[in-house]
Design a protein around this ligand. Structure first.
Ligand code: F1P
Length: 346
């Protein structure tokens, strides 16, 4: 299993300046710390990786906005591994952040979509996601591809470091193989999501809540809605809601809650109750077959069951569809949103 996983990463990385990971494998496995630098959607993929790598491989991970990291005199050593994630491979802040880390002796691993891009060329090793071309400005399938590569990395590291048991590794691999079929199934939610979009297309604000692996998905859902429909949206860890955003909730506020059946399930059920007590409208993304949350939510979107480690690959899909349909209904150009560029090169 491990060989096939490593084979995939090497196969994906052997073109155009991103050397295979083999020669850096020991450094990676023995890393004292992994720093992830990225912007926007790629930063959200990095946040998923923090949960994955810390849980499965027990290596401390820091996820940094490249635009802050590059200017704040960060502490970096040659024992650090820096992972730069970028769809375009041209984002100026991400490139500058990795160059800074490289100048301090860190080993740089890249995850890029565009072969031969500036970021890919500046790395020591890496993997191409080949999720393209992304026609629209807003990243969608790039996110899924980045999270898939990062899941494989976490599994390889966990297995090599002895922190991920073989049985668990095997279960995760089998589950990963089933993800494409489950993605197809999630896409069948389209008509249901069109109906929900119709009801919320005139919203002026929207809150997205998630816990654990679904917290970065909440951030990503909110970003997609902002980017393409121009509705103000905020993503929050669900438990942070009571530290501020709860003040915004009233009968006009749609609250998208990603509440799949995982280790945070009981907690998120109580977060939903808190929103309902303030008359907020709940759009819940749940695991197929759930009966508790559907009894409380205004709208329920069921996605196939999977391991919580892989759930972002599925739970992000209804949120992307929701943003897409709302944007189309509002007459927005979903491929070329105003003020946004595909590659932020300055
Ligand atoms: C980062 C990013 C995208 C976003 C938009 C602007 O790009 O913030 O996530 O959707 O396209 O750029 P990249 O470094 O992943 O290419």
């Amino acid at each position: 299993i491990l060989d096939s996983m490593r084979g995939r990463l090497i196969a994906e990385s052997d073109h155009m300046m991103m050397g295979g990971i083999r020669e850096f494998e020991n450094k990676f496995v023995n890393a004292e710390r992994i720093i992830i630098v990225a912007c926007g959607t790629s930063w959200h993929a990095g946040l998923v990786a923090e949960y994955l790598i810390e849980d499965l491989a027990r290596i401390p991970v820091e996820v940094e906005y490249a635009s802050e990291f590059r200017y704040r005199n960060p502490i970096i050593s040659e024992r650090d591994i820096v992972i730069a994630i970028s769809q375009s491979g041209e984002t100026a802040d991400t490139l500058a952040a990795l160059e800074l880390a490289k100048s301090k002796g860190a080993t740089i691993f890249g995850i890029c979509n565009v072969v031969g891009s500036s970021i890919a060329r500046a790395t020591d090793a890496g993997a191409y996601t080949h999720a393209g071309p992304e026609i629209g400005v807003a990243s969608t399938k790039a996110f899924t591809a980045q999270v898939t590569v990062l899941s494989l990395i976490a599994m390889i590291l966990g297995s090599k470091r002895g922190t991920l048991e073989t049985t668990k590794l095997r279960q995760l691999m089998v589950e990963l193989e089933s993800i494409p079929a489950k993605v197809e199934k999630a896409l069948e939610l389209n008509d249901q999501i069109i109906a929900i979009s119709e009801q919320y297309k005139d919203a002026t604000n929207c809150l997205y809540l998630g816990r654990g692996y679904n917290f970065p998905v909440a951030l990503e859902g909110a970003l997609k809605l902002k980017e393409i429909s121009y509705i103000h949206a905020e993503g929050y860890p669900a438990a942070e809601m009571k530290h501020g955003p709860i003040a915004l909730i009233d009968a006009q506020m749609p609250v998208v809650v990603i509440a799949t059946q995982d280790s945070s399930y009981e907690k998120i059920v109580s977060n939903i109750q808190e929103v309902k007590a303030r008359k907020g409208k709940i759009i819940a993304v749940v695991t197929e077959g759930d009966t508790t949350i559907p009894a409380m939510a205004d709208h329920v979107i069921e996605i196939p069951e999977t391991s919580e480690h892989l759930v972002p690959l599925l739970s992000v899909i209804p949120l992307q569809l929701l943003s897409y349909h709302i944007a189309v209904m509002r007459g927005c150009n979903v491929d070329q949103p105003r003020n946004l560029a595909k590659s932020v090169t300055v």
